[in-house]
Design a protein around this ligand. Structure first.
Ligand code: PEP
Length: 256
């Protein structure tokens, strides 16, 4: 049984004052065997402060450099994230791919660096609207998986987030059939490449306009092990119901 994961991506949002939201989230977390793992990836300026107060919520980075150190102004190494208290790092988010021109091979190199430091990597894949309209979704996802995930991974240190680019921050959400098709495809590709043991233990997150009102429906889809949540992870009043919906989905599965 894969433990559910609710991951928040705060993007370029949040200052010290917003740590109060994390305190409110802590107070409202579901308890018990079905409680999901919760992760928040704040801006780098908050990682250390958040990591000092957020337990049992884990803290992660939103990107790292592939090099251990050196002349890379403005960048952070995986070792720096770890040193600041991060346990995870998001890599290959579509905003990094678009804003910074990151290619699959860059994501793969960053993932290698992060795994070497003991971080868990959350690797993002997803098609654009045009790619979906040209019926190319699975080809794009297959290429991103093959190119972005390094060969040496273990199931507990790899998380894959399916984030259709057209659904991020737009309020648009794929149908549950569309989500199920892509998640089933990702699971199949992981099992084929890494074997059933690793392939079945990797958690697959859906990301793209997940909100309290649509979370339960999305979490009922096969092979959806949680969510990567942007806007709705910033406030406890929005993130907590999503976390609870995931706990409920876990409880239902355990009862089956
Ligand atoms: C994201 O940033 O990964 C994301 C899914 O954003 P939102 O939930 O706001 O669509």
């Amino acid at each position: 049984m894969r433990r559910k994961l609710a991951a928040g991506n705060w993007k370029m949002n949040g200052t010290g004052a917003d740590l109060a939201e994390v305190t409110a989230m802590q107070a409202g977390l579901p308890k018990g065997a079905e409680a999901p793992e919760v992760l928040i990836c704040p801006p780098a300026t908050l990682i250390q402060r958040m990591a000092a107060m957020a337990a049992p919520i884990a803290v992660g980075g939103q990107d790292c450099h592939s090099a251990e150190s050196g002349a890379h102004t403005g960048d952070l190494s995986a070792a720096m994230l770890l040193d600041a208290g991060a346990s995870h790092v998001i890599l290959g988010h579509s905003e990094r791919r678009t804003d910074h021109g990151e290619q699959d091979e860059d994501v793969r190199a960053k993932a290698r660096a992060a795994l070497a430091q003991g971080l868990t990597v959350v690797i993002c894949v997803g098609e654009t609207q045009a790619q979906r309209e040209s019926a190319n979704t699975l080809g794009i996802i297959g290429g991103q998986l093959a190119g972005s995930i390094p060969d040496l991974v273990t199931g507990d240190r790899l998380v894959v987030a399916y984030e259709p680019v057209w659904a991020i921050g737009t309020g648009l959400v794929p149908t549950t059939d569309q989500i199920g098709e892509v998640h089933g495809f990702i699971r199949q590709r992981l099992e084929r490449r890494f074997g059933a043991g690793v392939g079945r233990s990797v958690r697959l997150l859906y990301g793209g306009s997940v909100k309290p009102g649509n979370a339960a429906e999305i979490f009922a889809v096969a092979d959806v092990d949680g969510a990567l949540v942007g806007g709705a992870s910033l406030k406890a009043k929005d993130f907590l119901p999503i976390i609870q919906a995931l706990a409920d989905a876990g409880a239902r599965e355990q009862g089956q």
